[in-house]
Design a protein. Structure first.
Length: 425
């Protein structure tokens, strides 16, 4: 039976495997670590005594590929949609609080209501967003919007860090415009935040593994691919520590691995090498805490803490584009952020509670014009080898949505290739 060999069980690999299994093909997954999910997973933290996510993630209503994936694996009900779309913010230095509340697809109409926009701004200030539509490939958000813009630090910078994991002064203006087109310009429903209340693995990973097992997929953990053997433009075998595994003529191989691993396995892909870190800190508190704004997340302006997420007895802090923080000692980060958020929440929450710092040093590619120009496609010079990952040229930011979309694309290419190759006699 024709088999798709998927290397990597992160979101791109799982997405690819699900599509291939649904199409009736045999699927084999090889994951180097002990668990699936990659940078998007949950685990039991012994120090905190509870389940936490390795990082805080949020979908929006415009993430159609991810919503379709959730439907296919039967876990759509495990993601909570917040309607109407609301994004609360707090600026501790001034004490100002506000909410961004997108409405009609006609961008300017909902901006006429002061309660839906940043305080002290007017609808004309937001018109600069349309300058992004004329940005060239080499333009950055900072160049197009201007760092003296009244919305720069209170809107464009938070969006760039949250969605692109890149500071606005160097982030791609074209990619930010793509985000705006897919969300704000499509109206309220496309902007609705979607929260993983039961954790990332419960919604995205465990149901996918169950689906694949029910389809007869062969899922192997601690199976690190060491190399490929090829001839006449096709992969002939995969080399694992245990030995060579033959790839049949009618099979396909998908490398759904991080860019640095892909560079080792198939350098011709020439994946991007510049990446940026994300730091997440989880605090186990005595009781659930309601955040200002009344939602389970809060954006912060002018602090090292960028986003707070509250889920049950865990407060999670996210710092994106965290190059200035990733090399600091964990205890220093935890103490500093705890001091910061207790002041932000305006309450005496006592001494530093149990904490866990998680540093993703290569969380995403740097989403600058220069790096994005080098994102490779899904095909390679080998007819039966394809690549997937949020770092490939999906046309989207390096997010869950980008990962899942890339996996779907690789699956389509692999299936198309297999259907064209006759079975060996």
């Amino acid at each position: 039976m024709r088999t798709v060999h998927v290397i990597g069980a992160g979101m791109a690999g799982l997405s690819c495997a699900v599509q291939c299994a649904r199409a009736g093909h045999s699927v084999a997954i090889y994951e180097a670590s002990l668990q699936a999910g990659g940078r998007c997973r949950s685990f039991q933290d012994e120090g905190l005594g509870c389940m936490i996510d390795n990082g805080s993630h949020m979908l929006i209503g415009a993430n159609d590929a991810t919503k379709n994936y959730l439907e296919q694996i039967g876990s759509k009900e495990l993601v909570t949609e917040i309607a109407p779309a609301t994004f609360p913010f707090l600026e501790p230095d001034t004490g100002q609080q506000w909410q961004i509340k997108p409405g009609s697809p006609y961008f300017s109409l909902w901006l006429l209501t002061p309660g839906r926009r940043v305080p002290g701004t007017n609808p004309v200030d937001y018109a600069k967003a349309f300058k992004l539509s004329r940005a060239k490939k080499e333009d950055t958000v900072g160049q197009i919007i201007g760092q003296d813009d009244p919305l720069y630090d209170r809107l464009w910078q938070p969006i760039c860090r949250a969605v692109l994991n890149t500071d606005a002064d160097v982030a791609s203006a074209q990619l930010l415009w793509k985000v705006i087109k897919l969300s704000f310009l499509k109206g309220e429903a496309a902007c609705r935040p979607m929260i993983f209340e039961k954790g990332l693995s419960a919604a995205l990973v465990s149901p996918a593994l169950t689906f694949l097992e029910n389809k007869g997929a062969d899922i192997r953990f601690q199976a690190r691919l060491r190399g490929l053997r090829w001839q006449n433009d096709v992969v002939l075998a995969m080399r694992f520590p245990e030995g060579l595994l033959r790839v049949e003529n009618e099979d396909a191989v998908v490398l759904a691995v991080p860019p640095d691993v892909c560079a080792e396995l198939w350098p011709d892909t020439n994946p991007p090498v510049e990446t940026l870190p994300i730091v997440n800190v989880h605090f186990r508190v005595r009781e659930p805490i309601e955040l200002p704004g009344g939602l389970p997340f809060l954006g912060l302006i002018g602090t090292d803490s960028q986003w707070i997420f509250s889920r049950e007895n865990v407060l999670s802090i996210t710092i994106s584009a965290a190059s200035d923080h990733v090399d600091k000692p964990n205890w220093e980060i935890a103490n500093h952020l705890w001091s910061e958020i207790t002041k932000i929440l305006g309450r005496n929450m006592g001494r530093l509670p149990p904490w866990r710092v998680i540093k993703e040093r290569r969380a995403t590619i740097a989403q600058t014009p220069a790096v994005l120009a080098g994102r490779p496609g899904a095909t390679t010079s080998l007819n039966n080898l394809f690549v997937a990952g949020d770092w490939t040229n999906t046309g989207l930011p390096a997010t869950i949505e980008g990962s899942i979309k890339s996996g779907r694309r690789a699956a389509r290419l692999a299936i198309r290739r297999m259907t064209k190759v006759p079975d060996d006699p």
